[in-house]
Design a protein around this ligand. Sequence first.
Ligand SMILES: Cc1ncc(COP(=O)(O)O)c(C=O)c1O
Length: 652
Amino acid sequence: MPNPNALSQPAVVIETYRDEHQPIFAALNLAWIEKYFAVEPPDRQQLSDPRRHIVAPGGEIFTLFEDGTPKATVAMLKDGARSFELAKMAVAPSAQGRGYGKRLVQRAIEFARERGAQRILIRSNTTLRSAIALYRKLGFAITRLGTDDKFQRADIQLELDLRQPARVVDAAAETTLDPQDWGDFRALAHRMVDDTVDYLASVRQRPTWVAPTAEAREHLQAPAPWQGQGAQQAYEEFLGFVRPYTTGNISPRFWGWVQGSGAPVGVLADFLAAAMNPNAADFDHAPALVELQVVDWFREIMGFPHGSSGLLVSGGSAANLTALTVARNTQIEGMRERGVDNERGRLTVYASQEVHSSLRKAVEVLGLGEASLRLIRTTDDYTIDLEALRRTLAHDRAHGMRPFCIVATAGTVNTGAIDPLAALADVCERERLWLHVDGAFGALGMLAPSLRPELRGLERAHSVIFDFHKWLYAPYEAACVLVRSGEAHRNAFSVTPAYLQQLAAGVANAPLRFSEYGVQLSRGFRALKIWMALKADGLEKYAQLIEQNVAQARHLAARVERTAQLELLAPVPLNVVNFRYRREGASDAQLDEINRRILVQLQESGFAVPSSTVLKGRFSIRCAIVNHRSTRADFDALADEVVRLGERLAAA
Ligand SMILES: Cc1ncc(COP(=O)(O)O)c(C=O)c1O
């Protein structure tokens, strides 16, 4: 039965502006202004031409008619990419107090939401108390008045934040992140794969580094998108503003820091892993078995005994921290219960001055304090000076310190130096110290027959770390920490609350509880990209690539030594080459400046990306070669270009 009350309601419609509404709009506003403003507002002329003055492109005017008679109007003005201004709201004085203003403002809010707005601004006058009360009821908050207030027509500003998600009110409104149309999703996915393959295949044709443009930087500072634009649009933005602007470490001429170049098969593996989306924590599933298998392969490669444990983590820094935690918790009794207690003597860790900064961070994170990292000087080849180490240890023990660990580096970040691992293993045995080897890239030299003798002694370490994303060419992020004593490893981290308890069957019956071996509980399926890469190409191929990078480093070093305008600044035991442009009669300070400029020009022109360091006080152009795409010709081109730039800069 029809509702008699509803029938008695006047027919109210809200219409959007058309040109023939102009007199209506002006009349409503004039009546309203005359009622409220003793002094004519400066924007009176605005009323005559709403299209031009009130509604910038993208805005809108709504008029509410009751039984065909206009009663109220509201105008929205576009005020930026994600913002609207409610620029006019007028209810005919004779029609006030009947809820028309509220209906119109609600319509305006809907309008802004539909267009993905994040806020609505109102600039108003405090004298309009009832209007302000209405805005506040609708959720507007009073905010600061902008200094750019366009028409000086306001003394108050209100703002409505539209970034609240719509509330789910009933089952019919439930939603999901799955695409509405899997066919569309498939088409987009195929396009992404095609584009990505083209992108990888054409890497050599692009400059190495392209700095983000001003437009990209601005775009990437936009506020959070509370309203989605669809995966297609998001992908377009990725293509326009993200993908072109990387350091270029997948390029054949990237040799900066120690950044891996990434194998294409790893790209696919990461995609497959993300689709499976397993939590590689304490469960009975294949991802756990894959990780255990990968760890086991590398346990053997590193010469660690059966019973050693391992864990995949994000990178060398996280791996070093994990290993040092095990060292500290194993070596110092009661550490997990009582914590660090330097009053009984400072706990100390020994490493060469060339040790990576992640070790200092680890020592600090472990609560030991920077002073606990005892840096030992190096010999001319940048390896730890064993005699200085022996003296420092004796001195520290005599002064009540409590040495517990020596960190050896297999491949220092500066020059690729390999500390004498076997001799350090002897020291550790004698002194009852934990030997940790930071082999972030160098330890993977164990795969290469020519390097294995240089790494002799690594197999005697208590722990070792290495990065798959460096010299195993895996996409970021993946590293591994191995600990000789699985028991010590587990004892350092194990916490087993009831909600993580294991059962004899079912999902919670893990082959190994990874959460007991590190700080992470939830973990991604990093192991898949290593597993697939090795299955696809085999260890021999990786061994060959490592050898190839070492040969390229030696080739570049030889080229530098043969070139009068170039100077080698450090020995090249592995894959890192340090050199500079030189010129007869130039001081070190002048050469530093020229070489700094050469480096920046190499990078900014997109020609190549080496990085830099300082060796014995001299600025060095530094190439760390963990790139499977580089060829010898790339290093010849680099040497030529450094000479060319150097001559030009020196002549300027
Ligand atoms: C010797 C060494 N140790 C540790 C690290 C840190 O590794 P990551 O950057 O993966 O955290 C590096 C990085 O270059 C390194 O060269």
